[in-house]
Design a protein around this ligand. Sequence first.
Ligand code: 8DG
Length: 273
Amino acid sequence: MPDLRATTLVAAPVRTVAGALLDARLLTASVRGLGVRISGGSGVLHVGAELQGSVGPVRGRLVVTRADVTGVSASLVDGPLPSFELSTDLVETGGGTLVVDCVEWNSPGGPFGRLADVMVGRGLALKILEARAGAVSRRALQLVEAAVVVGAAITRDGLLLVQQRSFPAEAAGKWELPGGRVDAGETEAVALARECVEELGVEIEVGDQVGPDVPLTASLLLRVFSAGLVSGEPEAREHRAVRWVPVSALEGLDWLPADRVLVPGLQGLLSSI
Ligand SMILES: Nc1nc2c([nH]c(=O)n2[C@H]2C[C@H](O)[C@@H](COP(=O)(O)OP(=O)(O)OP(=O)(O)O)O2)c(=O)[nH]1
């Protein structure tokens, strides 16, 4: 099976680079001007998101199969090639994050298929990988400077606390995690503890980060931490409702788009306690 790899070192933490990879516009930007179009998966990529791809008149459908702190992968599920997979793996190093991009595909057999691999497939794939490396680096460095919204993944007795937004109109009814913006001069842990007092009337202790940073806008990202209750019983002071949910309910919840990305990480958290 032909495959091509390209490796780039990005001076940013692995969870931030993982966040940059989730920006759907990055994929579109990486192929612009190369005769390839990728659309769909608006906003942030998550497992199960669908992307439409085309090279000239040839079209295909890609599905995201992995989107977490280890990187992203997408596979062709409907298209002209028997198999095609794009993947980016992340490796944390002392000097930053190593980004390993890989394209693998199977062409229809025979001499024409092999010729197409050499003439079109490899040249195009190399250009895509080069463009992608630059786009990932730039987006990750932009996210390093971004303002942070912190979220708390509060667990108790194997359940996760979620809350339902009441405003603004486009977010009302959707579920999210307690939290909010980090104010100037606050640490992320202090901001999260403050938000939990304001929103739920509880004191928490803050643990490790869960999942990747999730880009919200060009200059804002969501960063979620595991947390435990220290005192108080959560009540919806600013939200429509709060609810304790089991791991089996996470997939089906009507999340805000950014939180959907965190479902695998939240499932891992609930399964580990
Ligand atoms: N708190 C929280 N905000 C989230 C989550 N997911 C997500 O996309 N967001 C977005 C919604 C908002 O655009 C932004 C934070 O909004 P917020 O209303 O909670 O923040 P805040 O209390 O600091 O209030 P504000 O200054 O934004 O008015 O982050 C989440 O799980 N928790």
